[in-house]
Design a protein around this ligand. Structure first.
Ligand code: NDP
Length: 291
C-alpha cells in the first residue's frame, strides 16, 4: 500500500454477511476499520480484533475519509447519508449495496451536491471469496475517488473500473445477475425433473457442469449476431428445431407434474421470434421480441 494511503480512515457501514467479510478482510490485512451496524452485536467480534465500533452511523461517517456502504438497499443508504448536518465534503463514498442504475445516478447527483465523490460498486462474489483475487467487484462513478480508494478496494477483490457513468456498475451487475439466475433457475428446473425420477440433483452435476462449460464459447457468436442483427449468420442450430426440442422439455415437465414457471416463458419467446420470420435464425433472434 502506498505511503499516504495509510492515513486514510476507512469505515464500513453495514455488517451483514458481506459487510462483515469486507471488514474482516481489512483486519486480516492489518488495516483498522471503523465499523457500524444497526444491530450492535455484529460489531463485537470485529472490535475484539481491533476494529473501532461506532455507536451511530453518523459517528462512523464523520470520522472516516473513505466510507464503504454495504446495506440491504439504497433507501437505507440514502437515509444514513442524509442527516441535515452531516459534513461529507471531500469524502469518498463507495456504495457496494446492490441497486439499480437509476439509484446510482441519483446518489451520484446527490453526492455531487454534498461535494463528495461517489463510486457505485457491484460485488460479483459471495462473502467467503472476499479477500481473494477470485472475487470481482465492478465499479463506476468518480474516477479520481476510485483511484484514491483503489489500494483498499484491491484488498477486497479484483477491482474493475467500468467508467464515469455512475450507473454502469449497477447495470453490469444486474446483467450478470440475469446470467446467473438463468443458469441457476435452469439447474433447479432440471433437478425438479430428475427428482420425479428419484435421481438426486448431485448425480447430475458432472453432466451439467461439462455441458454448460462447453457452451460458454457460444456466447461470442450470440453477442456478434445480436450486435450486428445478423441472427441468420453461421447458424448451426436453427430456432425452428430448437422450439421443437423445447416443446419436448415442456411436455415432459407437464408429464412429470413439475411446475413449468421457470422454463415456460422461453418457449413463448421462441414462437414469437418464429412468427416474425426468424425460424431459420439462431436463438439470439428472440431479442427482437423482447427489446
Ligand atoms: P445481510 O442481509 O446479511 O445484511 C443486511 C445489512 O443491512 C445488515 O447490516 C442489516 O443490519 C442492514 N440493514 C437492513 N435493514 C436496515 C435498516 N432499516 N437500517 C439500517 N441497516 C439495515 O445482507 P448481505 O450483507 O449479504 O448483503 C449486503 C449487500 O451486499 C446487498 O446489497 C447484497 O446484494 C450485496 N451482496 C451480497 C452478496 C452475498 O452473497 N451475501 C453477494 C453480492 C452482493 P442488521 O444486522 O441490523 O439487520
Amino acid at each position: 500500500m502506498k505511503q499516504g494511503t495509510r492515513n486514510i480512515r476507512i469505515a464500513i457501514l453495514g455488517l451483514g454477511a458481506m459487510g462483515t467479510a469486507l471488514a474482516q478482510t481489512l483486519l486480516n490485512k492489518g488495516i483498522t476499520p471503523l465499523v457500524w451496524n444497526r444491530s450492535e452485536e455484529k460489531t463485537r467480534n470485529l472490535s475484539l480484533q481491533g476494529a473501532v465500533a461506532c455507536k451511530t452511523s453518523t459517528e462512523a461517517i464523520v470520522s472516516a475519509d473513505l466510507i464503504v456502504l454495504c446495506l440491504l438497499d439504497n433507501g437505507i443508504v440514502r437515509h444514513l447519508l442524509e442527516p441535515d448536518k452531516l459534513q461529507l465534503e471531500g469524502k469518498i463514498l463507495i456504495n457496494l449495496t446492490n441497486g439499480t442504475p437509476g439509484q446510482a445516478n441519483d446518489l451520484a447527483a446527490w453526492a455531487e451536491s454534498a461535494r463528495c465523490r461517489y463510486i457505485d460498486g457491484g460485488i460479483m462474489a459471495i462473502p467467503p471469496m472476499i479477500g481473494s483475487a477470485d472475487a470481482l467487484i465492478i465499479y463506476s462513478g468518480n474516477e479520481e475517488g476510485f483511484n484514491i480508494a483503489a489500494p483498499f478496494l484491491n484488498l477486497f477483490a479484483t477491482s474493475r473500473f467500468l467508467g464515469n457513468d455512475p450507473g454502469l456498475a449497477a447495470l453490469n451487475d444486474l446483467a450478470l445477475l440475469s446470467c446467473m439466475y438463468g443458469l441457476m433457475g435452469g439447474f433447479i428446473h432440471a433437478a425438479a425433473l430428475l427428482k420425479q425420477a428419484e435421481l438426486p440433483a448431485r448425480s447430475f452435476v458432472p453432466l451439467a457442469t461439462s455441458c454448460v462449460s462447453g457452451m460458454l464459447p457460444a456466447l461470442e457468436q450470440l453477442a456478434e449476431q445480436i450486435d450486428t442483427r445478423t441472427y441468420e449468420k453461421d447458424v448451426v442450430s436453427n430456432l425452428q428445431m430448437q422450439a421443437v426440442g423445447y416443446r419436448n422439455l415442456l411436455d415432459t415437465t407437464e408429464a412429470l407434474a413439475v411446475n413449468p414457471a421457470l422454463v415456460a416463458p422461453m418457449h413463448k419467446l421462441m414462437l414469437g421470434a418464429i412468427a416474425k420470420g426468424f425460424d431459420r435464425a439462431d436463438l439470439s433472434a428472440i431479442i427482437e421480441v423482447i427489446a
